[in-house]
Design a protein around this ligand. Structure first.
Ligand code: FAD
Length: 462
């Protein structure tokens, strides 16, 4: 079971590399703290190319298109051309994205290790965002987008993230992308994963990816080791639990070590902390594509999953990584957003009726292929389905809570809480992983891993 790379997933099918993860990596700007962390774990370096996507996505409506350009002034011009009467709202939107370009992602050390002076400096650096954040963290994407009248602008704002996310989350992503701080590492998810493994092993680290931890062995207020499902017991001076937090507390740790964060998110009010996931499909195109944009919102006419219509999908190709596909062919990845009830549907179907689960995947794949062919006629009769994964796949390989691949959605009605990375009642056990800091993602996984080690080092000092 344990899956090397976890949700930073990639695998081979028919001589093609299926890159299931990274669409943008926050921290590619070399002046940021995150960049230093990515450099330290081997993901980025001055000698490695970073792919700078000219635009993050293209959205179309009634023959008009809008791109999230890397160049924000180009997006501004396009939006103004599209809807000149909404100029004040558009100018404000661009201004807000500019402010979020200055977001500082803390990645040097956990905040409790900051001196007072360092905290003041951080607050000062974040002062502009702090002001607008208070307002926009309380507004959903749906409500913000509804203030625009132009249907394409509304679609542009509402089709990438779930619309119950707060609008701050979208400003953040747009801000990171347009400030050149969210590009693609060389080799995509495989490049990232393999370089991290090499770096870890070069420092003496060892990996046992087929060992599944079954429980943490505890004596008093200390862990003494980890027991694995293959019968092995490994003694340990310190333990860092880096798997999905829900799995960790329900499988590895006794209840007396659950704290208020765990109780609130998973037991008392799980409904207040929604998550999302997707059905991901990969197709091989038996020629190079000239019509399909690098990343685009695809309209789908007739597709229902779990009794709900799915009107759009995100589609991208990987031509910028020629080694992913055999010469003169292209791989398309399509993502269909799924919510918690949909994840439950897929998991239930897979567990109770595997043939029906396979048939449901096939039905989705056929509907998406039809939409692709209808939108891009050059794809007709040239698509081969390579693979389909659902939220149930994330759960199966990574024990992902609700099959989600990001952490809790930041909504207008829940506070952003971070976990302190420690385990109540245990002096030598630390936590890492995206579930400690919403909304998750690769940076939060890496940052919490670093913080776990810094806490350990701090505690180990005589
Ligand atoms: C389709 C998709 C697109 C994404 N796009 C992006 C993106 O563009 N940018 C971005 O920043 N993030 C993206 N992400 C999210 C990113 O992949 C995750 O946020 C990140 O990988 C989470 O890392 P993690 O270490 O917290 O958890 P995981 O990746 O879940 O790692 C946990 C590991 O623990 C293992 N494990 C679980 N239980 C046990 C056990 N009992 N014993 C031993 N091992 C165990 C699992 O197999 C897994 O390997 C995407 C994810 C997906 C699926």
């Amino acid at each position: 079971m344990p899956f090397r790379g976890g949700l930073l997933a990639y695998w081979q099918r028919q001589s093609c590399l299926l890159d299931n993860c990274v669409h943008w990596l926050t921290g590619t700007n070399s002046r940021t703290m995150l960049y230093q962390l990515w450099e330290n774990v081997g993901v980025l370096s001055k000698d490695l190319p970073v792919y700078q996507q000219p635009y993050f996505m293209q959205v179309e409506h009634s023959g008009e298109t809008l791109h999230l350009w890397r160049d924000l002034s180009r997006l501004r011009t396009d939006m103004l051309r599209l809807s000149p009467s909404e100029a004040p709202m558009i100018e404000e939107f661009i201004h807000l994205v500019t402010i979020y370009q200055g977001t500082v992602v803390v990645a040097n050390k956990p905040i409790e290790q900051y001196t007072l002076w360092q905290k003041i400096k951080l607050l000062f650096a974040m002062r502009k965002i702090g002001k607008v954040h208070r307002k926009y963290a309380k507004m959903s994407i749906a409500d913000y987008a509804a203030q625009f009248h132009h249907p394409l602008i509304q679609k542009f704002l509402t089709t990438y993230f779930p619309v119950h996310y707060n609008i701050s989350s979208l400003f953040f992503v747009f801000g990171m992308f347009t400030s050149g701080n969210a590009d693609l590492p060389a080799g995509g998810s495989r490049g990232m994963g393999e370089r991290m493994v090499s770096r870890y092993e070069s420092l003496g680290g060892k990996m046992h990816t087929d060992w599944e931890a079954e429980r943490i062995e505890i004596k008093g207020d200390r862990a003494v080791g980890v027991r694995f499902s293959n019968g092995q017991m490994v003694e340990a001076d310190y333990v860092v639990i880096a798997c999905d937090l829900h799995h960790a507390i329900t499988q590895l740790l006794p209840k007396e070590h659950w704290d208020a964060y765990m109780q609130e998110h998973y037991v008392d009010h799980p409904e207040k902390y929604p998550t999302y996931s997707s059905v991901n499909l990969f197709y091989k195109v038996n020629h190079l594509t000239h019509m399909v944009p690098e990343a685009r919102i695809l309209d789908i006419n007739a597709l229902e999953i779990n009794g709900k219509r799915i009107p759009t999908a995100f589609v991208k190709h990987f031509n910028y990584e020629p080694s992913f596909a055999p010469a003169d062919t292209t791989i398309l990845q399509v993502l269909l957003t799924q919510y918690d009830d949909d994840s439950a549907y897929w998991q239930q179907l897979r567990a109770t009726d595997y043939p029906a689960y396979s048939a449901a995947k096939k039905q989705v794949a056929d509907a998406v292929a039809e939409a692709l062919e209808a939108t891009f006629p050059e794809l007709t009769d040239s698509l081969t389905l390579l693979d389909v994964c659902t939220p149930a796949t994330n759960e199966r390989y990574c024990h992902a809570y609700r099959g989600a691949y990001m952490s809790f959605i930041l909504t207008p009605y829940n506070e952003k809480n971070s976990h302190n990375g420690r385990v109540k009642g245990l002096r030598n056990v630390y936590l890492a992983g995206q579930w400690l800091q919403a909304p998750g993602g690769l940076p939060n996984a890496a940052v919490t891993g670093k913080f776990a080690i810094q806490r350990l080092v701090h505690d180990a000092k005589p």
